[in-house]
Write a protein that binds this ligand. Structure first.
Ligand code: 2SA
Ligand code: GDP
Ligand code: MG
Length: 423
Protein backbone atom coordinates (compact mmCIF):
# COMPACT_ATOMS: atom_id res chain seq x y z
CA UNK A 1 0.00 0.00 0.00
CA UNK A 2 1.32 3.42 -0.97
CA UNK A 3 -0.42 6.36 0.70
CA UNK A 4 0.00 10.06 1.14
CA UNK A 5 -1.29 12.02 4.11
CA UNK A 6 -1.94 15.76 3.85
CA UNK A 7 -3.39 18.70 5.73
CA UNK A 8 -6.49 20.22 4.11
CA UNK A 9 -6.58 23.62 5.82
CA UNK A 10 -3.88 26.11 6.91
CA UNK A 11 -1.63 23.58 8.69
CA UNK A 12 -1.90 22.30 12.28
CA UNK A 13 -4.84 20.07 11.42
CA UNK A 14 -3.35 17.37 13.64
CA UNK A 15 -1.45 15.65 10.81
CA UNK A 16 1.28 14.59 13.24
CA UNK A 17 -1.22 12.73 15.38
CA UNK A 18 -2.96 11.03 12.46
CA UNK A 19 0.33 10.19 10.72
CA UNK A 20 1.55 8.50 13.90
CA UNK A 21 -1.73 6.60 14.17
CA UNK A 22 -1.76 5.28 10.61
CA UNK A 23 2.01 4.67 10.34
CA UNK A 24 1.66 1.35 12.19
CA UNK A 25 0.60 -0.02 8.79
CA UNK A 26 3.66 1.26 6.90
CA UNK A 27 7.28 0.12 6.64
CA UNK A 28 8.59 3.59 5.96
CA UNK A 29 7.48 7.22 6.12
CA UNK A 30 8.77 9.87 3.72
CA UNK A 31 8.62 13.66 4.08
CA UNK A 32 8.72 15.54 0.82
CA UNK A 33 8.31 19.28 1.54
CA UNK A 34 8.95 22.09 3.98
CA UNK A 35 11.38 22.21 6.86
CA UNK A 36 11.38 23.16 10.50
CA UNK A 37 8.50 25.57 9.92
CA UNK A 38 6.44 22.42 10.47
CA UNK A 39 5.51 21.51 14.03
CA UNK A 40 3.88 18.09 14.34
CA UNK A 41 2.75 16.83 17.72
CA UNK A 42 2.42 13.18 18.68
CA UNK A 43 1.22 12.10 22.13
CA UNK A 44 1.69 8.51 23.24
CA UNK A 45 0.51 7.44 26.70
CA UNK A 46 0.72 11.05 27.87
CA UNK A 47 4.27 11.60 26.56
CA UNK A 48 4.55 14.43 24.02
CA UNK A 49 6.86 14.33 20.99
CA UNK A 50 7.28 17.32 18.68
CA UNK A 51 8.60 16.74 15.19
CA UNK A 52 9.83 19.50 12.91
CA UNK A 53 12.01 17.75 10.32
CA UNK A 54 11.75 14.06 11.13
CA UNK A 55 8.56 12.44 9.77
CA UNK A 56 5.89 12.04 12.47
CA UNK A 57 5.60 8.35 11.62
CA UNK A 58 8.97 7.78 13.32
CA UNK A 59 7.53 6.28 16.50
CA UNK A 60 5.78 3.37 14.75
CA UNK A 61 7.63 2.89 11.49
CA UNK A 62 11.19 1.55 11.37
CA UNK A 63 12.45 3.68 8.52
CA UNK A 64 12.11 7.39 7.88
CA UNK A 65 13.22 9.38 4.86
CA UNK A 66 13.74 13.12 4.48
CA UNK A 67 13.21 13.77 0.79
CA UNK A 68 14.87 16.15 -1.66
CA UNK A 69 11.87 18.52 -1.56
CA UNK A 70 12.71 19.45 2.01
CA UNK A 71 14.80 22.32 3.35
CA UNK A 72 16.87 21.16 6.29
CA UNK A 73 18.32 23.17 9.15
CA UNK A 74 21.25 20.93 10.16
CA UNK A 75 21.47 22.29 13.71
CA UNK A 76 17.76 21.55 14.28
CA UNK A 77 18.15 18.13 12.67
CA UNK A 78 21.05 17.15 14.93
CA UNK A 79 19.08 17.97 18.07
CA UNK A 80 15.90 16.29 16.77
CA UNK A 81 17.80 13.12 15.86
CA UNK A 82 19.43 13.07 19.31
CA UNK A 83 16.01 13.21 20.92
CA UNK A 84 14.57 10.59 18.58
CA UNK A 85 17.39 8.13 19.26
CA UNK A 86 16.71 8.40 22.99
CA UNK A 87 13.14 7.16 22.55
CA UNK A 88 13.73 4.84 19.60
CA UNK A 89 16.98 2.95 19.06
CA UNK A 90 16.26 0.79 16.02
CA UNK A 91 15.28 3.27 13.36
CA UNK A 92 16.79 3.65 9.92
CA UNK A 93 17.16 7.28 8.82
CA UNK A 94 17.87 8.40 5.28
CA UNK A 95 18.30 11.96 4.07
CA UNK A 96 18.28 12.96 0.43
CA UNK A 97 21.54 14.20 -1.06
CA UNK A 98 19.46 16.78 -2.88
CA UNK A 99 17.62 18.32 0.10
CA UNK A 100 18.53 21.98 0.57
CA UNK A 101 20.26 23.43 3.61
CA UNK A 102 18.93 26.26 5.76
CA UNK A 103 21.72 28.39 7.28
CA UNK A 104 21.70 31.12 9.92
CA UNK A 105 22.00 33.59 7.06
CA UNK A 106 18.70 32.32 5.59
CA UNK A 107 16.98 32.82 8.93
CA UNK A 108 18.30 36.37 9.07
CA UNK A 109 17.08 36.97 5.50
CA UNK A 110 13.63 35.61 6.42
CA UNK A 111 13.28 38.33 9.08
CA UNK A 112 14.68 41.07 6.83
CA UNK A 113 12.31 40.18 3.99
CA UNK A 114 9.36 40.29 6.37
CA UNK A 115 10.40 43.80 7.51
CA UNK A 116 10.51 44.99 3.91
CA UNK A 117 7.17 43.43 2.92
CA UNK A 118 5.36 45.68 5.43
CA UNK A 119 1.77 45.67 4.10
CA UNK A 120 1.97 42.20 2.62
CA UNK A 121 3.82 40.82 5.62
CA UNK A 122 3.21 37.05 5.67
CA UNK A 123 3.87 36.22 9.30
CA UNK A 124 6.43 33.52 8.52
CA UNK A 125 7.80 31.18 11.16
CA UNK A 126 11.27 32.86 10.81
CA UNK A 127 12.83 29.47 10.12
CA UNK A 128 14.55 30.61 6.91
CA UNK A 129 12.20 28.59 4.72
CA UNK A 130 11.42 31.19 2.02
CA UNK A 131 15.02 32.36 1.46
CA UNK A 132 16.28 28.74 1.27
CA UNK A 133 13.75 27.87 -1.45
CA UNK A 134 14.63 31.16 -3.17
CA UNK A 135 18.25 30.00 -3.38
CA UNK A 136 17.19 26.56 -4.55
CA UNK A 137 15.34 28.08 -7.48
CA UNK A 138 18.06 30.68 -8.08
CA UNK A 139 20.39 27.67 -8.38
CA UNK A 140 22.69 28.97 -5.70
CA UNK A 141 21.42 26.74 -2.89
CA UNK A 142 23.51 24.50 -0.65
CA UNK A 143 22.45 20.87 -0.87
CA UNK A 144 22.83 18.18 1.77
CA UNK A 145 25.54 16.47 -0.30
CA UNK A 146 27.55 19.73 -0.28
CA UNK A 147 28.02 19.46 3.50
CA UNK A 148 30.88 17.02 2.85
CA UNK A 149 32.84 19.64 0.91
CA UNK A 150 34.01 22.79 2.76
CA UNK A 151 35.14 24.48 -0.47
CA UNK A 152 31.70 24.18 -2.05
CA UNK A 153 29.98 25.46 1.08
CA UNK A 154 32.34 28.41 1.29
CA UNK A 155 31.83 29.26 -2.35
CA UNK A 156 28.04 29.04 -2.09
CA UNK A 157 27.90 31.07 1.12
CA UNK A 158 29.90 33.80 -0.63
CA UNK A 159 27.62 33.68 -3.69
CA UNK A 160 24.47 33.91 -1.58
CA UNK A 161 25.99 36.70 0.51
CA UNK A 162 26.98 38.66 -2.59
CA UNK A 163 23.56 38.28 -4.16
CA UNK A 164 21.75 39.32 -0.99
CA UNK A 165 24.28 41.87 0.29
CA UNK A 166 21.77 44.68 0.28
CA UNK A 167 19.39 42.76 2.53
CA UNK A 168 22.17 41.67 4.86
CA UNK A 169 23.36 45.24 5.51
CA UNK A 170 23.89 45.79 9.22
CA UNK A 171 23.79 42.07 10.03
CA UNK A 172 26.64 40.02 11.51
CA UNK A 173 27.08 38.38 8.10
CA UNK A 174 28.84 41.49 6.77
CA UNK A 175 31.79 40.29 8.81
CA UNK A 176 33.84 37.71 6.80
CA UNK A 177 34.81 35.99 10.05
CA UNK A 178 31.15 35.29 10.80
CA UNK A 179 30.70 33.77 7.36
CA UNK A 180 33.81 31.64 7.87
CA UNK A 181 32.42 30.50 11.22
CA UNK A 182 29.17 29.55 9.52
CA UNK A 183 31.09 27.42 7.00
CA UNK A 184 32.95 25.72 9.85
CA UNK A 185 29.73 25.06 11.78
CA UNK A 186 28.00 23.63 8.70
CA UNK A 187 30.95 21.27 8.12
CA UNK A 188 30.73 20.22 11.77
CA UNK A 189 27.05 19.40 11.48
CA UNK A 190 27.79 17.74 8.15
CA UNK A 191 30.28 15.40 9.83
CA UNK A 192 27.73 14.16 12.31
CA UNK A 193 24.82 13.68 9.88
CA UNK A 194 26.51 12.73 6.60
CA UNK A 195 26.17 9.05 7.63
CA UNK A 196 22.42 9.36 6.84
CA UNK A 197 22.84 10.75 3.34
CA UNK A 198 21.61 8.65 0.45
CA UNK A 199 20.18 8.89 -3.03
CA UNK A 200 16.75 8.46 -1.50
CA UNK A 201 14.90 8.34 -4.83
CA UNK A 202 16.63 4.97 -5.36
CA UNK A 203 15.95 3.84 -1.81
CA UNK A 204 12.22 4.57 -2.06
CA UNK A 205 11.81 3.02 -5.51
CA UNK A 206 13.78 -0.09 -4.45
CA UNK A 207 11.66 -0.47 -1.34
CA UNK A 208 8.56 -0.18 -3.51
CA UNK A 209 9.85 -2.99 -5.74
CA UNK A 210 10.40 -5.10 -2.61
CA UNK A 211 6.71 -4.66 -1.81
CA UNK A 212 7.14 -2.33 1.18
CA UNK A 213 4.26 -0.19 2.39
CA UNK A 214 5.22 3.46 2.13
CA UNK A 215 3.53 6.51 3.61
CA UNK A 216 4.31 9.98 2.26
CA UNK A 217 3.76 12.74 4.80
CA UNK A 218 2.98 16.30 3.71
CA UNK A 219 3.79 19.28 5.91
CA UNK A 220 1.74 22.49 6.36
CA UNK A 221 -1.68 22.42 4.64
CA UNK A 222 -3.32 22.76 1.24
CA UNK A 223 -4.20 26.42 1.78
CA UNK A 224 -0.50 27.23 2.29
CA UNK A 225 0.49 25.77 -1.10
CA UNK A 226 2.71 28.18 -3.06
CA UNK A 227 0.54 27.76 -6.19
CA UNK A 228 -2.97 27.11 -4.94
CA UNK A 229 -3.00 28.64 -1.44
CA UNK A 230 -4.03 32.21 -0.72
CA UNK A 231 -0.99 33.86 -2.36
CA UNK A 232 1.15 35.55 -1.08
CA UNK A 233 0.11 34.31 2.38
CA UNK A 234 1.54 30.88 1.72
CA UNK A 235 4.67 28.91 2.44
CA UNK A 236 7.40 28.49 -0.18
CA UNK A 237 6.76 24.87 -1.11
CA UNK A 238 3.98 22.91 -2.76
CA UNK A 239 1.97 21.28 -0.02
CA UNK A 240 -0.53 19.39 -2.18
CA UNK A 241 -0.33 15.69 -3.05
CA UNK A 242 1.41 16.26 -6.39
CA UNK A 243 4.48 17.50 -4.56
CA UNK A 244 5.30 14.02 -3.33
CA UNK A 245 6.72 13.09 -6.73
CA UNK A 246 9.04 16.04 -7.22
CA UNK A 247 9.86 16.10 -3.51
CA UNK A 248 10.90 12.44 -3.29
CA UNK A 249 11.51 11.06 -6.79
CA UNK A 250 8.63 8.58 -6.59
CA UNK A 251 5.87 8.53 -9.20
CA UNK A 252 2.36 9.72 -8.35
CA UNK A 253 1.10 6.88 -10.55
CA UNK A 254 1.91 4.38 -7.81
CA UNK A 255 -0.07 6.09 -5.03
CA UNK A 256 -3.04 3.98 -3.88
CA UNK A 257 -4.61 6.21 -1.28
CA UNK A 258 -4.78 9.89 -0.41
CA UNK A 259 -5.68 10.64 3.20
CA UNK A 260 -6.79 14.20 3.98
CA UNK A 261 -6.63 15.47 7.55
CA UNK A 262 -8.77 18.36 8.74
CA UNK A 263 -9.61 19.89 12.08
CA UNK A 264 -13.28 20.04 13.14
CA UNK A 265 -12.83 23.82 13.02
CA UNK A 266 -10.19 25.95 11.28
CA UNK A 267 -7.02 27.65 12.53
CA UNK A 268 -4.40 29.77 10.86
CA UNK A 269 -1.03 31.21 11.89
CA UNK A 270 0.21 34.28 10.08
CA UNK A 271 -1.58 36.97 8.10
CA UNK A 272 -3.94 36.91 5.16
CA UNK A 273 -7.61 36.20 4.40
CA UNK A 274 -9.42 33.72 6.64
CA UNK A 275 -13.06 33.58 5.44
CA UNK A 276 -14.59 31.70 8.40
CA UNK A 277 -12.53 33.42 11.13
CA UNK A 278 -14.19 34.10 14.47
CA UNK A 279 -13.34 37.70 15.33
CA UNK A 280 -13.32 39.03 18.88
CA UNK A 281 -14.00 35.79 20.74
CA UNK A 282 -11.12 33.59 21.83
CA UNK A 283 -13.23 30.78 23.38
CA UNK A 284 -12.36 28.21 20.74
CA UNK A 285 -8.66 29.13 20.76
CA UNK A 286 -8.56 28.73 24.52
CA UNK A 287 -10.50 25.46 24.49
CA UNK A 288 -8.25 24.02 21.79
CA UNK A 289 -4.95 25.49 23.14
CA UNK A 290 -4.32 26.86 19.68
CA UNK A 291 -0.73 28.08 19.86
CA UNK A 292 2.01 27.40 17.28
CA UNK A 293 4.04 24.23 17.84
CA UNK A 294 7.19 25.87 16.44
CA UNK A 295 6.83 29.52 17.44
CA UNK A 296 4.23 29.45 20.22
CA UNK A 297 2.26 32.16 18.38
CA UNK A 298 -1.47 32.31 19.10
CA UNK A 299 -3.37 30.81 16.17
CA UNK A 300 -6.34 32.58 14.60
CA UNK A 301 -9.41 30.40 14.91
CA UNK A 302 -12.64 30.02 12.91
CA UNK A 303 -15.42 27.63 11.97
CA UNK A 304 -15.09 24.70 9.62
CA UNK A 305 -15.12 26.05 6.08
CA UNK A 306 -16.68 23.64 3.57
CA UNK A 307 -15.91 25.60 0.36
CA UNK A 308 -12.25 25.66 1.43
CA UNK A 309 -12.29 21.98 2.39
CA UNK A 310 -13.95 20.95 -0.87
CA UNK A 311 -11.27 22.90 -2.76
CA UNK A 312 -8.34 21.11 -1.07
CA UNK A 313 -10.13 17.76 -1.33
CA UNK A 314 -10.38 18.35 -5.06
CA UNK A 315 -6.79 19.56 -5.44
CA UNK A 316 -5.45 16.52 -3.57
CA UNK A 317 -7.99 14.05 -4.99
CA UNK A 318 -8.62 12.81 -1.44
CA UNK A 319 -9.94 9.26 -0.98
CA UNK A 320 -10.44 9.23 2.75
CA UNK A 321 -10.84 11.88 5.44
CA UNK A 322 -9.57 12.09 9.02
CA UNK A 323 -11.16 14.62 11.39
CA UNK A 324 -9.40 15.88 14.54
CA UNK A 325 -10.26 17.87 17.67
CA UNK A 326 -13.92 16.88 17.61
CA UNK A 327 -13.68 16.73 21.41
CA UNK A 328 -12.78 20.43 21.49
CA UNK A 329 -15.43 21.68 19.07
CA UNK A 330 -18.21 19.83 20.92
CA UNK A 331 -17.68 22.04 23.97
CA UNK A 332 -19.15 24.99 22.04
CA UNK A 333 -22.91 25.31 22.69
CA UNK A 334 -23.67 26.19 19.11
CA UNK A 335 -21.44 25.26 16.25
CA UNK A 336 -21.33 26.94 12.88
CA UNK A 337 -20.18 25.52 9.55
CA UNK A 338 -19.45 27.69 6.53
CA UNK A 339 -21.42 26.18 3.64
CA UNK A 340 -20.91 28.55 0.72
CA UNK A 341 -19.35 31.79 -0.45
CA UNK A 342 -21.12 34.60 -2.27
CA UNK A 343 -19.74 37.73 -3.94
CA UNK A 344 -22.15 40.56 -4.83
CA UNK A 345 -25.08 38.30 -3.94
CA UNK A 346 -24.01 35.48 -6.28
CA UNK A 347 -22.76 32.14 -5.04
CA UNK A 348 -19.31 31.42 -6.44
CA UNK A 349 -18.18 28.00 -7.59
CA UNK A 350 -14.43 28.68 -7.49
CA UNK A 351 -11.95 29.44 -4.75
CA UNK A 352 -11.05 33.15 -4.98
CA UNK A 353 -7.57 34.13 -6.15
CA UNK A 354 -7.87 37.92 -6.07
CA UNK A 355 -7.19 39.35 -2.61
CA UNK A 356 -9.92 41.98 -3.19
CA UNK A 357 -12.42 39.14 -3.66
CA UNK A 358 -11.84 38.06 -0.07
CA UNK A 359 -12.84 41.54 1.10
CA UNK A 360 -16.15 41.22 -0.77
CA UNK A 361 -16.70 37.64 0.25
CA UNK A 362 -19.88 36.82 2.13
CA UNK A 363 -19.86 33.51 3.98
CA UNK A 364 -23.10 31.58 4.65
CA UNK A 365 -23.29 29.35 7.70
CA UNK A 366 -25.51 26.65 9.12
CA UNK A 367 -25.76 26.08 12.86
CA UNK A 368 -25.64 22.74 14.56
CA UNK A 369 -25.82 21.91 18.29
CA UNK A 370 -22.69 20.95 20.26
CA UNK A 371 -22.23 17.61 22.06
CA UNK A 372 -20.51 18.73 25.27
CA UNK A 373 -17.61 16.96 26.96
CA UNK A 374 -16.83 13.40 26.02
CA UNK A 375 -17.84 11.57 29.17
CA UNK A 376 -17.35 7.99 28.06
CA UNK A 377 -13.99 7.85 26.20
CA UNK A 378 -13.31 4.22 27.16
CA UNK A 379 -16.74 3.16 25.93
CA UNK A 380 -16.11 4.98 22.64
CA UNK A 381 -12.66 3.42 22.20
CA UNK A 382 -14.14 -0.01 22.84
CA UNK A 383 -17.31 0.34 20.76
CA UNK A 384 -16.29 2.79 18.05
CA UNK A 385 -18.53 4.99 15.94
CA UNK A 386 -21.85 3.77 17.29
CA UNK A 387 -20.90 4.95 20.80
CA UNK A 388 -20.34 8.57 19.69
CA UNK A 389 -22.77 11.25 20.91
CA UNK A 390 -25.69 11.73 18.49
CA UNK A 391 -24.90 15.38 17.77
CA UNK A 392 -21.30 14.51 16.95
CA UNK A 393 -22.46 11.86 14.49
CA UNK A 394 -24.79 14.44 12.92
CA UNK A 395 -21.85 16.84 12.51
CA UNK A 396 -19.68 14.15 10.93
CA UNK A 397 -22.42 12.93 8.61
CA UNK A 398 -23.23 16.50 7.53
CA UNK A 399 -19.61 16.95 6.41
CA UNK A 400 -19.61 13.59 4.65
CA UNK A 401 -22.76 14.50 2.77
CA UNK A 402 -21.43 17.91 1.70
CA UNK A 403 -17.97 16.67 0.65
CA UNK A 404 -19.05 13.31 -0.77
CA UNK A 405 -16.15 11.65 1.11
CA UNK A 406 -16.17 9.33 4.10
CA UNK A 407 -14.52 10.28 7.34
CA UNK A 408 -12.71 7.07 8.21
CA UNK A 409 -10.64 8.32 11.16
CA UNK A 410 -12.07 10.34 14.05
CA UNK A 411 -9.72 11.87 16.60
CA UNK A 412 -11.17 12.67 20.02
CA UNK A 413 -8.10 13.69 21.98
CA UNK A 414 -4.40 14.39 21.62
CA UNK A 415 -3.29 10.92 22.73
CA UNK A 416 -2.80 8.17 20.16
CA UNK A 417 -5.37 5.99 21.90
CA UNK A 418 -8.10 8.63 21.51
CA UNK A 419 -8.69 7.69 17.90
CA UNK A 420 -11.37 5.59 16.31
CA UNK A 421 -11.77 4.24 12.81
CA UNK A 422 -15.12 3.79 11.13
CA UNK A 423 -14.76 0.19 9.95
P1 2SA B 1 7.01 30.01 6.34
O1 2SA B 1 7.73 30.07 7.66
O2 2SA B 1 7.69 30.80 5.28
O3 2SA B 1 6.65 28.64 5.91
O4 2SA B 1 5.61 30.81 6.62
C1 2SA B 1 4.74 31.10 5.55
C2 2SA B 1 3.29 30.94 5.96
O5 2SA B 1 3.04 29.56 6.26
C3 2SA B 1 2.53 29.44 7.56
N1 2SA B 1 3.06 28.24 8.22
C4 2SA B 1 2.39 27.57 9.14
N2 2SA B 1 1.12 27.69 9.56
C5 2SA B 1 0.74 26.87 10.55
N3 2SA B 1 1.58 25.99 11.20
C6 2SA B 1 2.86 25.89 10.79
N4 2SA B 1 3.76 25.23 11.54
C7 2SA B 1 3.93 25.58 12.97
C8 2SA B 1 2.99 24.75 13.82
C9 2SA B 1 3.70 27.09 13.15
C10 2SA B 1 4.12 27.74 14.44
O6 2SA B 1 2.92 23.57 13.56
O7 2SA B 1 2.31 25.27 14.73
O8 2SA B 1 4.66 27.14 15.36
O9 2SA B 1 3.90 28.98 14.51
C11 2SA B 1 3.30 26.64 9.69
N5 2SA B 1 4.46 26.74 9.03
C12 2SA B 1 4.30 27.73 8.12
C13 2SA B 1 3.04 30.68 8.31
O10 2SA B 1 2.27 30.98 9.44
C14 2SA B 1 2.93 31.72 7.22
O11 2SA B 1 1.59 32.17 7.13
P1 GDP C 1 0.09 19.35 12.72
O1 GDP C 1 1.05 20.44 12.38
O2 GDP C 1 -0.99 19.20 11.72
O3 GDP C 1 0.77 18.05 13.01
O4 GDP C 1 -0.64 19.81 14.07
P2 GDP C 1 0.05 20.40 15.40
O5 GDP C 1 0.72 19.29 16.12
O6 GDP C 1 0.84 21.61 15.10
O7 GDP C 1 -1.24 20.91 16.18
C1 GDP C 1 -2.28 20.07 16.54
C2 GDP C 1 -2.45 20.09 18.06
O8 GDP C 1 -3.67 19.47 18.41
C3 GDP C 1 -1.39 19.32 18.80
O9 GDP C 1 -1.16 19.91 20.04
C4 GDP C 1 -2.00 17.93 18.97
O10 GDP C 1 -1.49 17.22 20.09
C5 GDP C 1 -3.44 18.30 19.20
N1 GDP C 1 -4.44 17.31 18.73
C6 GDP C 1 -4.43 16.56 17.60
N2 GDP C 1 -5.58 15.87 17.48
C7 GDP C 1 -6.33 16.20 18.56
C8 GDP C 1 -7.65 15.83 18.99
O11 GDP C 1 -8.37 15.09 18.35
N3 GDP C 1 -8.09 16.40 20.14
C9 GDP C 1 -7.33 17.27 20.89
N4 GDP C 1 -7.85 17.77 22.00
N5 GDP C 1 -6.10 17.62 20.52
C10 GDP C 1 -5.61 17.10 19.36
MG1 MG D 1 1.74 22.14 13.20
Amino acid sequence: MISVILGLQFGDEGKGKITDFVSRDYDEVVRFNGGSNAGHTVVIKGEKFKFHLVPSGAMQSNKVILGNGMVIDPEELVSELDLLKKSKKDIEIKISAGAHIVTKMHKCLDKKEEEIRSKLNIGTTSQGIGPTYEDKYARTGIRFIDLSNPEIIEDKIETIYNMKKQLLKGSIFENPEERAKMVKDLCGFGNSIMQYMDYTENVINNDYRLGKNILFEGAQGGMLDIDFGIYPFVTSSNTLAGALSTGSGFSFRKVDRVIGVFKAYTSKVGSGPFPSEIIGDSTLRDLGSEYGTTTGRPRRVGWLDLPLLKYTIMMNDVDSLAITKVDILGKMKTIKIATNYTIDGKEIDYFPRRLEDFEKLHVDYVELPGWGDIENPDDIIANGYQALPQNMKKYIEFIEEKTGKTIDIISLGEDRRMTITKQ
